[in-house]
Design a protein around this ligand. Structure first.
Ligand code: NDP
Length: 453
């Protein structure tokens, strides 16, 4: 670790105690940036990195609501407005009981670099609540969303801050949030992305993160003159990102073998085909059930319940070629990474944000596999949100083919930036350095231009 990174990290830890995920995200980026800071003393002089790690604004608020039994419930709401150097704050809202300030700060920090990589004019932000939508009625989710937006609305706007979905926030929640914003502001604007198709949403937005992660994997494979055809793929999660990752793997001739949720995972040796994917989508999006039901329905699958006493995830311990972590942060630890490598996995394309620990990443880099970090590989979601914003501004809707083509081109361009930047800074094939440096430079230069603000 360079002296600069060491000093920076001790300051970050002292100033942001009890935020291990934020420390982890900063450490990963700062380690890559040592290479740039040596070449660009102006960034050091203007304290660009020290400024980037400090959110421009953090909003924390009470979210009271009434449940179906008439009991008052109180949750905590957050919005981290991290960096607006290249555009309005942009990033999702996460509703999950694990949400806290540190997790949202790590997500907002990552978002700054990811959004820059997309080539679209979007700054970075993230928000959410420790509210758990699981097991809640539609009425409860609606009342919660209305209360959440009753505070958030005064901080956001189509030219200020444009939230979207993330874990626990899908089409239903975006609808309730948008409805409340519209009522309070008395205006119909593109203040949220991921909207319904008949009220300002974009085709392909639901598919975009998963499709993008697979396009990114295909680009990485192309550097070795290979395709996804016939490749065995491990996928974690069973939500938005996982579902459309599986769909695109199928389009490109790959064989998805697994899905999971926070209770366990299924392994289907026959592969998940289109009919089985349809079952998963209905199970998760309509019936809001658990993945163990898949193994009851399809006899080629086995279900393994999560055992919290075990320090590795057996999902990552199957013979395969590719892995698409699409659930949550730190779902691949050092042991899991060793298992993946042992089982022949040589492509990892991260649909989730920061799913690999620092120990896991080090192993992937040492093994020189095709490792696409989340801020590059899952940027398709926010890219298509950017395209939704453009369509809202133009008051036009592009066709499915047009949006998909633009998404595909953006993923190719992100891949190219990563490859070229990694090579330029003397670490060819290192997509971590490529993504971190590629994302940083544009934001840093904008900050230099805009003075000390
Ligand atoms: P969803 O809420 O649709 O699905 C999340 C999935 O991950 C569910 O299967 C959920 O299981 C599982 N999961 C969530 N938390 C945990 C946990 N702590 N342990 C184990 N499993 C967990 O979310 P998305 O698919 O939208 O998001 C998945 C990942 O992708 C996140 O890291 C998110 O930040 C990232 N991402 C999402 C984007 C988007 O456009 N939606 C864009 C870029 C990144 P369960 O049902 O049990 O909760």
């Amino acid at each position: 670790m360079s002296e600069f990174v060491k000093n920076l990290m001790s300051q970050v830890k002292a100033k942001n105690p009890s935020e291990p995920e934020f420390h982890q995200a900063v450490y990963e980026v700062a380690s890559s940036l040592s290479l740039v800071l040596e070449k660009h003393p102006e960034y050091r002089k203007e304290k660009i990195l020290e400024r980037i790690i400090e959110p421009e604004r953090v909003i924390m608020f009470r979210v009271p609501w009434v449940d179906d039994q008439g009991e008052v419930q109180v949750n905590r709401g957050f919005r981290i407005e991290m960096n607006s150097a290249i555009g309005p704050y942009k990033g999702g809202l996460r509703f999950h009981p694990s949400v806290n300030l540190g997790i949202l700060k790590f997500l907002a920090f990552e978002q700054v670099f990811k959004n820059s990589l997309t080539t679209l004019p979007m700054g970075g932000g993230k928000g959410g609540s420790d509210f758990d939508p699981k097991g809640k009625s539609d009425g409860e989710v609606m009342r919660f969303c209305q209360s959440f937006m009753s505070e958030l609305f005064r901080h956001i706007g189509p030219d200020t801050d444009v939230p979207a979905g993330d874990i626990g926030v899908g089409g239903r929640e975006i609808g309730y949030l948008f409805g409340q914003y519209k009522k309070l502001r008395n205006e119909f604007t593109g203040v949220l992305t991921g909207k319904g198709l008949n009220w300002g949403g974009s085709l392909i937005r639901p598919e975009a993160t998963g499709y993008g992660a697979v396009y990114f994997a295909a680009e990485m494979l192309a550097t070795r003159n290979q395709t996804l055809e016939g490749k065995k793929c491990l996928v974690s999660g069973s939500g938005n990102v996982a579902q459309f990752t599986i769909e695109k793997i199928l389009h490109l001739g790959g064989k998805p073998l697994t899905i999971s949720d926070s209770n366990g995972y299924i392994y289907d040796e026959a592969g998940i085909d289109y009919a089985k994917l349809k079952f998963i989508m209905d199970l998760k999006n309509v019936r809001r059930g658990r993945v163990n039901e898949y193994a009851d329905k399809f006899k080629t699958a086995t279900y393994v319940a999560l055992d919290p006493s075990v320090d590795s995830n057996p999902l990552w311990n199957h013979k395969a070629d590719c892995a698409f972590p699409s659930a949550t942060q730190n779902e691949i630890n050092g042991k899991d990474a060793a298992n993946l490598l042992k089982n022949g996995v040589y492509v990892v394309s991260e649909g989730a944000n920061m799913p690999s620990t620092i120990e896991a990443i080090e192993q992937f880099l040492d093994a020189k596999i095709l490792y696409g970090p989340g801020k590059a590989a899952n940027a398709g979601g926010v890219s298509t949100s950017g395209l939704e914003m453009s369509q809202n501004s133009l008051r036009l809707s592009w066709s499915r083919e047009e949006v998909d083509q633009r998404l595909h081109n953006i993923m190719k361009s992100i891949h190219k930036t990563c490859v070229e930047t990694a090579a330029k800074y003397g670490t060819p094939g290192n997509y971590v350095n490529g993504a971190n440096i590629g994302g940083f430079v544009k934001v840093a230069n904008a900050m230099l231009d805009q003075g000390i603000v």
